[in-house]
Design a protein around this ligand. Sequence first.
Ligand SMILES: N=CN[C@@H](CCC(=O)O)C(=O)O
Ligand SMILES: [Zn+2]
Length: 411
Amino acid sequence: MSLLITNIKQLIQVHEHNTTIIKGSDMKKLPIIENAYLYIENDTIIEFGEMNNCEGFDAETIIDATGKIVLPTWCDSHTHTVYAGDRTSEFVDRINGLSYAEIAQKGGGILNSAKTLQNTSEDELFEQSLQRLNELIAMGTGAVEIKSGYGLTVEAELKMLRVIKRLKQESLAKIIPTLLAAHAIPEEFKSKKQDYINYITDELIPKAAELNITNFVDVFCEEGYFDINDTEAILKAGQTFNLQPKLHVNQFNILGGIALGVKYNALSVDHLEEINDNDIEALKGSNTIAVALPGCSYFLSIPYTQARKIIDAGLPLAIATDYNPGSSPSGNMNFIVSAACVKLKLTPEEAINAATVNGAYAMGISNMYGSITRGKKANIIITKPMNHYSEIPYAFAHNPIEHVIINGQQV
Ligand SMILES: N=CN[C@@H](CCC(=O)O)C(=O)O
Ligand SMILES: [Zn+2]
């Protein structure tokens, strides 16, 4: 199977040498070839260059991309795409004045989603999730992290992980599963939180590790959820099964979760709507990437991550959707790239770097995904006709995509 894309107006995020992370001021650079071609065999990028050098390819399929932009598919490194039902009634409650915290205190929020998920069959959960996954792929995402975390019991968490595994088997997209071991404290454990921590460390983590489908462990380190000691106990338990942290930290309060994540070699620390100088210092010199989730800030009307502070300190940044029923019910990375420009004050180049190479880094897959590089996976977006790639974030809430190609196949 071979595919040649010709007359590409701008081929963007092109790297001769494999690039696996882009930091600080380098995020302002986005390598481009104007009037380019791209040649793919099976699931792999084989060659690219200027159109006047496009010779000697005997491709089975040719796509003429005159007037169009070609770029790597989005790498969405933080989602909760597997969930059951929705939380539209809480959405209306918030419009009418209740806060996210007040809704959670009344037994809504994550506990509400957990109850629905526990009462949903595995097949039904799979069908609902597959539909969401297919929608986000059609919007240009080719690699996506999916967390468990709406189970809150061993049985329901394993059900979520099996559904993620099935999605992984049945979808063309690259799926990275994460065990979100500690997302909320169930009602029956409210007055005995330590028992729940023990349940997570002694039962959930070992049983989840037995399934052998995830390399990552996540904790919602936040007031009213899991404090810094709880988080450390869970990370230690994860470490014994080689689970690397990817953490929910600093969404509403600064508890020191970023420094703790760095201490445990977290791949990413995500949310960061609240961030101080100590957090920035903790990230410097580490292998941990900050992930901003502007869809959550938009939907909950909470502060946006101070992305400039992070990038201007020389650090790398990724952006992701946080697709979930409570705080960000959208898996549209095009909107996230736009929100990163408008609200986080990223340039289009920085936003695209954050959503491609750095998103892939935040899933541990940037050696094979996130850029147009020979030998990398052929995961490609072809846009509708446009004059410049900046139109992708500029025309917010508009669908810029004409074709999505994953593993060399048009979806
Ligand atoms: N903050 C924790 N977890 C999710 C939201 C969970 C929910 O409200 O269902 C998040 O990343 O925003
Ligand atoms: Zn999340």
